[in-house]
Design a protein around this ligand. Sequence first.
Ligand code: HSE
Length: 443
Amino acid sequence: MNSDLDKPIKIGICGFGTVGGGTLALLQSNGDEISRRLGRNIQVSRIASRSIKISDFDESGIQVATDPFELISDSEVDIVIETLGGFDPAFEVVRQALLNGKHVVTANKALIAERGNELFSVAQDNGVTLSYESSVAGGIPIIKALREGLAANKINWLAGIINGTGNFILTEMADKQRQFDDVLQQAQELGYAEADPTFDVEGIDAAHKLTIMASIAFGIPLQFDKTYTEGISHIKPEDINYAAELGYRIKHLGIARLSDKGVEMRVHPTLISRKQLLANVDGVGNAVMVHGNAVGSTLYSGPGAGAAATASAVVADIIDIARAMEQGITTPIVPALGYRTIHQDLKVVDIEDIESEYYLRIPAKDVVGVMAKISNILQECGISIEAVIQKEVSSDSVPIVILTHRAVEKQMNSAISAIEQLQDIVGTITRIRVETLTENSEA
Ligand code: HSE
């Protein structure tokens, strides 16, 4: 037996905000249970943060300082936890820690989605692990499910609610008829939102997470710049109400799908049938549906944000690394993106080439013949109509709401610009994609 097993595994935490603080709290509160699982203690020995009061830790036995580079050079630290967020100094902190032979656990989805290819390569070259379970969907172990639990499958598609703030906003708008700005402010007060909340509402946070899931679902490099990203700030309460009349709910989904054209990676508001389990995941909750060719549809749901939930995923990564260390294993057993061979040249499908059904809300003058003109344009673009709602309103404009059958996005774009040029149309058209999330390979 290795005599090191009697010694605790030492952790250094860089950044001490919601996730860093939650990680220390969880390691302390569940310390006995974790030691019983592991057969060894885990001890936080150092914290690097510029925003904490060092004297608060005087009695703790934890060495606290401001410089993360000092922490990652400490030969006593076995595993570095990066919860600084952003790129600077997080990228260099992680890179240097890996070069110093430290295992690293990060909660930083932007860092993994945008710089992960470089960092995984550094980790591999140095025989250490870079783990990132907490970077996607908070406490839900979706990385483990995709990389390990579903490893026997060819993944056909996945679709997820992966931003808690956005889901909270859409849920409050739907249930309480509240306005977007008002709910966003509450989400910020509750601590769900990113430091810059446009990351949540414009879909960037979700696109980071979707990029990561797509890479491990299909074994492709991380390609954040090719992920189509659309936010929810243009969704109006009336869209939520019309969707409900048609039997749908609007959710902000990240969708990754393998088709004969390549891989689709897209984040946008989406109408899904209210009968779908995913449609009923409310509030700050996250959920990801994954369809594998052997297993069929699977669903993973839980809290996508918050200190304890995110720390649950960080600590699970620590335990995985600690178990490998205990066995004397240095090189990670599971490849960083779940595949030993990465498809370097699988095409990412341009958003113009995807196929979807569509919801359109068209602001039109209340005049004879306008519906006929709209139908003609749709027909000329090869798009057939599934349902129409036309509302009586007191002013001289009426919203015409149309659900279409499946069409190619570029045909829909042509139809929308032609309809917007009609004299009887009095504003821009709201277009929301509709997904069926069926059992077959089409999301
Ligand atoms: N701002 C993120 C969210 C936090 O709302 O989901 C977790 O990544």
